[in-house]
Design a protein around this ligand. Structure first.
Ligand SMILES: NC(=O)c1ccc[n+]([C@@H]2O[C@H](COP(=O)([O-])OP(=O)(O)OC[C@H]3O[C@@H](n4cnc5c(N)ncnc54)[C@H](OP(=O)(O)O)[C@@H]3O)[C@@H](O)[C@H]2O)c1
Ligand SMILES: *[C@@H]1O[C@H](CO)[C@@H](O)[C@H](O)[C@H]1NC(C)=O
Length: 290
């Protein structure tokens, strides 16, 4: 295993560097900060809102279902949020996306954290049959609305020297079968936001951009969609949200969760693409995919 002789020291080195570099996380940094979390009626977004609530932030949650958002707001307040409110909106409409930022500004007076998390416009794992409507709706909901929200909020974020936390996926790093339209939108996000991060640095604008690269997480929606079509074990959405918020608050460029299983695949990706495709392919139960 010559590969291991290279990989093991490399990984140990990276780890040492990572721990050396990392500051300690203090929840106090978040008290009173102003946070908008999209796609926060359920799943990881809901847990991210609760994570910020426990640290005493001012929170606005948004998604389509207002009756569900009301309950999330209630729970945020119970957990210790300084304030909590919601805006109902459909991200397939870019004008609505723009309005979410206007309403957030009215409620909070500014913004420190923009958490872009919603996902929609795709119908789960299925074979690609050339349906352009699915591709268009995925690109609109999962990419264009993220860019619209960012562009509408950019002024507020520059003023506060705030952060954008973008929820991506392994499907945004490795082309993923049976979710091609989703994978395309996540790749686009990675391109746009890493480009924007670089641009901000060169323009000496202190705006942090954290991209979260997630594996399979046990949200209700993902379990329902994936459990009989893949062989993977899901990771916890609560811990996932915790890691995302910590990485975001520390202004890290990337959060990978779960870490090791994915970091290794990412390291192999450029050198051994065929091996990576083989490993990825093994986790699908192709016969169960419609
Ligand atoms: N779970 C996983 O295994 C996994 C893996 C990798 C990456 N991720 C990423 O993690 C993030 C969260 O995923 P999740 O599993 O927590 O998703 P989820 O449970 O399906 O939640 C999606 C959220 O987006 C909202 N939403 C859907 N369509 C919308 C639309 N058109 N306009 C506005 N809001 C909309 C939903 O609320 P309404 O229905 O009320 O609108 C809900 O709050 C996504 O970016 C996803 O790509 C998840
Ligand atoms: C998009 O949203 C705007 C503002 O919320 C609304 O006026 C418009 O009718 C919506 N467009 C569609 C196609 O639903």
């Amino acid at each position: 295993m010559a590969v291991l002789k290279i990989l093991v020291p490399l990984i140990v080195g990276l780890c040492a560097y990572y721990f050396y570099k990392s500051e300690t996380f203090s929840p106090e940094k978040v008290r009173g900060k102003r946070v908008l979390v999209t796609g926060s009626s359920t799943g990881i977004g809901e847990q991210i809102a609760y994570e910020f609530a426990r640290m005493g932030a001012n929170i606005v949650v948004t998604a389509r279902r207002e009756n569900v958002l009301e309950k999330v707001v209630q729970k945020c307040l119970e957990l210790g949020a300084s304030s909590a409110g919601y805006v109902g909106a459909d991200m397939s409409n870019l004008t609505s996306a723009q309005k979410v930022i206007e309403e957030t500004k009215n409620k909070l007076g500014g913004l420190d954290y923009l958490v872009l998390n919603h996902v929609g416009g795709v119908s789960g794992l299925e074979k690609f049959r050339g349906n352009m409507e699915i591709v268009k709706s995925s690109i609109t909901v999962n990419f264009l609305s993220y860019v619209q929200l960012t562009s509408s909020a950019l002024h507020m974020l520059q003023e506060s020297e705030g952060s954008i936390i973008v929820i991506s996926s392994m499907a945004g790093r490795i082309g993923s079968p049976f979710i091609t339209a989703y994978s395309a939108a996540k790749f686009a996000l990675e391109g746009f936001f890493s480009g924007l991060r670089n641009e901000m640095r060169l323009r000496k604008i202190n705006l942090a951009i954290t991209v979260a690269v997630l594996g399979y997480i046990d949200t209700e929606h993902a379990l329902q969609e994936v459990s009989n079509k893949m062989t993977l074990e899901p990771s916890s959405k609560e811990e996932c949200a915790q890691k995302i918020v910590q990485g975001g608050v520390l202004r890290h460029r990337e959060v990978i969760y779960p870490y090791w299983s994915q970091k290794i695949v990412l390291l192999l990706r450029d050198w051994m693409p065929d091996l990576v495709d083989y490993l990825v392919g093994k986790s699908y139960k192709v016969e169960n995919i419609p």
